[in-house]
Write a protein that binds this ligand. Structure first.
Ligand SMILES: C[S@@+](CC[C@H](N)C(=O)[O-])C[C@H]1O[C@@H](n2cnc3c(N)ncnc32)[C@H](O)[C@@H]1O
Length: 215
């Protein structure tokens, strides 16, 4: 899809208190699902203005924020420059069209991006490739909805069935896949539910497996 909608929305994105609340709840759900340490390398894919990562700061290590929208990346760059997202890297990245970067991270987070992706399996496989052994992919998105969520004219998925998402994460090569309640979104008085899907890349490493911390 084109980036025009998000380019235009970027400057005013954080003025919506519901987006800020929702991002905080996604971050808390991620922190409950996986072990985070000050050395956890994070990629937020489709980061928008970086609200989810902002809510993770202090609990994780080096952060990379990737988005296909120049408008969103401009807001991210401003946040880096003003110390809101200290030391974060900002990447132009669209894994539907670009090759997988030659970098590995311990945690990939993606919030409300999947429903904008046409080739889900390609992008999920790419994000899985970017995980170090033992690392986690955490994807928050809409449960199946009736199509009322999007008023702007773009092609999107109308949410997802949780069993389908779990199957896709497994097919991408992830193990220990779970899908749980995460947060809600309110638009025009309608509440939409959001799940958090989590999968782990097999192996041990610097990853984010909760048992490592608790055990
Ligand atoms: C609904 S917004 C969510 C932003 C942010 N994750 C949040 O939760 O506030 C979706 C974001 O995904 C980005 N996006 C959409 N398709 C993308 C793609 N193929 N590659 C990278 N980013 C994409 C958009 O530019 C936008 O910033």
């Amino acid at each position: 899809m084109g980036t025009e909608h998000f380019d235009a929305a970027a400057a005013g994105w954080d003025r919506d208190e519901d987006k800020v609340r929702r991002a905080r709840e996604v971050a808390d759900a991620v922190a409950s699902a996986v072990s985070l340490t000050p050395s956890t390398r994070v990629l937020e894919y489709g980061a928008g203005t970086g609200l989810v990562t902002q809510a993770l700061l202090g609990r994780v290590g080096p952060v990379t924020l990737a988005d296909s929208s120049a408008g969103m990346r401009a807001v991210l760059a401003e946040k880096v420059a003003t110390g809101v997202l200290p030391g974060a890297r900002v990447w132009e990245l669209d894994l539907e069209t670009q090759p997988v970067p030659d970098e590995r991270v311990d945690l990939v987070v993606s919030s409300l991006v999947l429903h904008h992706i046409r080739d889900l399996d390609r992008v999920l496989a790419a994000l899985t490739t970017m995980l170090a052994p033992g690392g986690h992919l955490c994807v928050a998105d809409l449960d199946r909805e009736d199509g009322s969520f999007h008023q702007h004219d773009v092609e999107v998925h109308h949410g997802f069935d949780r069993t389908d998402v779990a199957a896709r994460l497994s097919a991408a090569g992830l193990t220990d896949v779970t899908v749980t309640d995460c947060t809600t979104l309110v638009r025009d008085g309608v509440t939409y539910t959001v799940f958090l899907a989590v999968g782990r890349r097999a192996g041990t490493g610097t990853g984010t497996t909760r048992a490592t911390m608790d055990g």
